[in-house]
Write a protein that binds this ligand. Structure first.
Ligand code: DLL
Length: 433
């Protein structure tokens, strides 16, 4: 179903006119009220009146994750704080705080964009949505929640985890739509099998999965376990959360809600805008947001735009499912982690060297398993009273509290982690996603 044909099927020229009008408004407002943007534009000698066409967006400065860190928490706010109704943060952690502050209208935009996303997967008011994306500051839970509400569906706000209860609820209430990360969908399927529950016999028949990379193989596996159709959905906290782009029944790329979020693809090295069809870094400008609008935000996600018309009738630009990222950010059980965060945490733990190796596996459980090998200081290893077990537990606890991920620590002797003459290899990713 197409939730909002007026926008989703709009003719290209009208859409471009509207995008330009929104862009001009947004730039004018940001220049007037957010010193960060005014300074950046002044540095480039650009004024809001220099924006005449959509192509002029290329004159505007980029915004990066580092900019967000430097202005944390309220530096990019474009409205009075009293108008903010909700704040969400990325599933990433202390290292790079990524905040999205939403006004009433922003929540409405979010509900609309997620309603389009879920309607494209076939969700209607007759559905019961089992929402197992996390709610605790992560945008996945509330995003799918608002989308389901706008559609008039019944939503079960489960959040993630407690799998036995998830399965019990799925059976009791006859959930028809599942929203969670793809790896959790597979994990739940395994647990169901172990508990003797045949998911194929349950009413659950569709799922909206995203927040982490996944493959066609994973899609097939999920579809087979649940006897359902699985859809890819994309988004990021900075821009709104989930609801930025989504698959329709044709599953030939993800439709971008481009009347709300203006997309570009750039060369990540030169910053030049690339023609449609070329692979590069995805950049978004929010067109209608009020709380924390962003100009030309560099997502670090790699994809290309698909311009051939889609058989579903939507006219919005599509992006190919993601190919990866331009940085070293890992997504571990839906949590964004940079290897450097692990390094920073280790520096504070006495007895360890900042030499480490992260080994990622996707076990039979289908959930990410992380082993962190850490070198122990020579003195510590030879100390008679050394408490290796205590040190191991301490590192695990520090990682849990600082990075919000559970990992297994293996302490290794000094000088055993391979040194590199070039860029240190900190990660071995065996997940074969
Ligand atoms: O993951 C928002 C979201 C929630 C999207 C629920 C979809 C479903 P962040 O935690 O800020 O926000 O992480 C954003 O996750 O830049 C991508 O690298 C990655 N990502 C999101 N969706 C997909 C996807 C949410 N469908 C970062 N495929 C993004 C691959 C994805 N990677």
């Amino acid at each position: 179903m197409i939730f909002n044909p007026e926008y989703e099927c709009m003719d290209g020229e009208t859409r471009k006119r509207q995008q330009l009008a929104h862009l001009k408004n947004q730039v004018e407002k940001l220049y007037a009220v957010v010193p960060f943007y005014r300074e950046k534009m002044d540095d480039l000698g650009i004024k809001p009146r220099d924006i005449h066409t959509l192509k002029d967006i290329e004159k505007l400065p980029f915004t990066t994750k580092d900019d967000l860190r430097e202005t944390f928490p309220y530096g990019l706010l474009a409205c009075p704080k009293s108008l903010i109704e909700e704040i969400h943060m990325s599933s990433g952690t202390t290292g790079i705080p990524v905040v999205d502050a939403y006004t009433h209208k922003d929540i409405e935009i979010w509900g609309e964009s997620m309603a389009r996303t879920m309607a494209a997967a076939g969700c209607t008011r007759d559905d019961t949505v089992q929402n197992c994306y996390g709610y605790g500051l992560f945008t996945g839970g509330p995003g799918a929640h608002y989308g389901a509400r706008v559609l008039g569906a019944n939503v079960l706000p489960m959040s993630s985890g407690n799998t036995a209860r998830q399965l019990q609820v799925m059976q009791s209430f006859g959930s028809t739509i599942l929203t969670c990360t793809p790896s959790y969908a597979l994990y739940m399927a395994e647990e169901a099998e172990a508990a003797g529950i045949d998911l194929k016999k349950l009413p659950i028949n569709k799922g909206c999965f995203g927040a982490e990379p996944w493959s066609e193989n994973m899609r097939k596996e999920i579809e087979a376990h649940y006897d359902m159709k699985a859809y890819d959905i994309y988004g990021l906290t900075e821009i709104i959360g989930p609801g930025v782009a989504f698959e329709c029944e044709a599953q030939d790329g993800l439709h971008i809600n481009e009347d709300l979020f203006y997309p570009e693809i750039i060369d990540p090295y030169t910053g030049q805008t690339l023609p449609y069809g070329e692979k590069g870094e995805l950049v978004f400008t929010t067109l209608t947001k009020e709380g924390t609008p962003l100009l030309r935000y560099r997502t670090r996600d790699i994809t290309y735009f698909i311009t051939e018309p889609c058989s579903c009738g939507r006219t919005t630009l599509r992006m190919h499912r993601l190919f990866g990222r331009t940085d070293d950010m890992l997504i571990i059980r839906g949590v964004n982690v940079f290897p450097s965060q692990i390094e920073h945490a280790l520096i504070e733990i006495e007895g360890t060297e900042p030499q480490y190796l992260i080994i990622l596996n996707r076990g039979t459980s289908h959930l990410d398993e992380v082993e962190l090998q850490v070198e122990v200081k020579k003195e510590f290893f030879s100390d008679e009273t050394r408490d290796l077990e205590g040190l191991r537990t301490k590192i695990e606890n520090v990682m849990k509290s600082k990075l919000q991920i559970s990992l297994k620590v293996k302490l290794v002797e000094p000088k055993t982690i391979e040194r590199s003459i070039g860029k240190a290899k900190r990660v071995i990713d065996n997940r074969k996603i």
